[in-house]
Ligand binder design. Structure first.
Ligand code: DX5
Ligand code: ZN
Length: 233
């Protein structure tokens, strides 16, 4: 697991005045994805960034942009984000009337598709759409803000999700990335990866580092080291 760990810094905690510089810095420092949090002040009590900002950062990075839609309704934004250069689009199933159709819509626009489950949202939401998922994102905080504390009940949920994904792959299904979002730090990433995550979002942990270049690289290396150390236990 440690070898394939992907790190996805969330630009929610970046300096928005220097966003181009910030995304270039995380790519240079070893990030695998740019995690892009879209909040609509309706599905979640906060308001952030949309397709225009995605389009603006697209030329600054070569790594995939991982768009996390915390919006309701979902469908109208999908073509806009696809055109703005998103590579992965995930959404919360409670926010779409027709989950299967929304997943298809994302694929029709050439992006990878995933579902995001809140801490209290049951895992069985994925059961009948497994073959349409490229990613499953488990929230380890309630969505809406960066800098919150990791909710521990995510760990057994991750283990259960890992089992479902592995069983799907063993039966000949496509690979599904298992991502965790919220409160990921060096002191808990080991447990998170040991529980089955292969992709970790980290917002305040990365962008809270002291300086743009060396600081981001050091934090990401520390996160990878902590994950690998636990895998060797
Ligand atoms: C929360 C967002 C997260 C958030 C993570 O609603 O989806 O991506 O930015 O931030 P940290 O890592 O600070 O918890
Ligand atoms: Zn997110």
């Amino acid at each position: 697991m440690a070898q394939t760990l992907r790190l996805a810094p969330s630009i929610l905690s970046a300096d928005f005045v220097r966003l181009g510089e910030e995304v270039r810095a995380i790519e240079k420092a070893g990030a695998d994805l740019v995690h892009f949090d879209v909040m609509d002040n309706h599905y979640v009590p906060n308001l952030t960034i949309g397709p225009l900002v995605c389009e603006a950062i697209r030329p600054h990075v070569t790594i995939p942009i991982d768009v996390h839609l915390m919006v309701e309704p979902v469908d109208a934004l999908i073509p806009l984000f696809a055109r703005a250069g998103a590579n992965i689009i995930t959404f919360h199933p409670e926010a779409s009337r027709h989950v299967d159709r929304t997943l298809q819509l994302i694929h029709d626009h050439g992006c990878k598709a995933g579902l995001v489950l809140n801490p209290a949202t049951p895992l069985d939401w994925i059961d009948h759409v497994m073959d349409r998922l490229d990613m499953l994102l488990l929230m380890s905080v309630n969505p809406g803000f960066g800098g919150q504390s990791f909710i521990a009940s995510t760990l057994p949920k991750l283990q259960a999700a890992r089992k479902k994904i592995d069983a799907h792959a063993a039966a000949g299904g496509q690979p599904i990335w298992l991502e965790v979002d919220g409160g990921v730090k060096t002191d808990n990433i080991g447990q998170i990866v040991a529980a089955g995550a292969d992709t970790c979002v980290a917002g305040s942990a990365v962008f809270g580092a002291p300086d743009a270049d060396g600081g981001y690289r050091a934090v990401m290396q520390a996160l990878r080291r902590a994950a690998a150390a636990k895998a060797r236990d």
